[in-house]
Design a binder for this molecule. Structure first.
Ligand code: URA
Length: 212
């Protein structure tokens, strides 16, 4: 796989271990959901290492001082519906005051093309670091469309976080949005003829929500 400067792969053993459990077909809904949250939190810890800090005056038991704090008003988490919702709590655990937007896209079963049906973003979106999340980066179509929509609304500082990616999706997303930082838990082999990631974990939305 070609190397791209704006792509980060997490090779931390905890992330890799948890992804392996996610992949197992016998992993049930409850465990799957918790693992998605935990992986999102571990990835978020690294992906948010450049969050802006502001000096805030506080008082310790000893004296007043100025100390750096993250302003949650500066972060927007934007899950791509519906599987992206599974990652939100994990990132919120790190930055509880972050605002949350939503983007809804569905894939045409025949062409695999994404269609938008919902977009609601916290304002002022242009001033925020935006973390777009979707556990699976397959063809890249949904991520590309979602990020295009966010840019149309004025979003500029955009990161994309996923758990599993196919090489086809990474290349397409990088080419469409070279300014976006991409964070990937594990790079898989390829897409199959139904645009599922191989070996992947199946349909992430169905596994998070217990649907079929
Ligand atoms: N979306 C999923 O949930 N799984 C895949 O393998 C590809 C896209």
């Amino acid at each position: 796989m070609e190397k791209f400067e704006n792509v980060t792969y997490f090779n931390h053993p905890l992330i890799q271990h948890k992804i392996s459990i996610l992949r197992k077909k016998e992993t049930g809904t409850n465990e799957f959901r918790h693992l998605v949250e935990e992986i999102a939190m571990l990835e978020g810890f690294e992906a948010l290492n450049d969050l802006p800090l502001e000096e805030v005056e506080i008082e310790t038991p000893i004296e007043k001082c100025k100390t750096p704090m993250i302003s949650g008003r500066k972060l927007a988490i934007v899950p791509i519906l519906r599987a992206g919702l599974g990652m939100v709590e994990g990132i919120l655990a790190l930055v509880p005051s972050a605002k949350i937007g939503h983007i809804g896209l569905y894939r045409d079963e025949e062409t695999f093309e994404p269609h938008e049906y919902y977009c609601k973003l916290p304002s002022p979106i242009e001033e925020r670091t935006i973390v777009v999340c979707d556990p699976m980066l397959a063809t890249g179509g949904s991520a590309i469309d979602a990020i295009t929509m966010i840019k149309k609304h004025g979003g500029r500082n955009i990161k994309f976080m996923c758990i599993i990616a196919a090489p086809e999706g990474v290349k397409a997303l990088h080419e469409a949005h070279p300014d976006v930082q991409i964070y990937i838990g594990h790079l898989d082999r390829c897409l199959n003829e139904h645009a599922y990631i191989c070996p992947g974990l199946g349909d992430a939305g169905d596994r998070i929500f217990g649907t079929k």
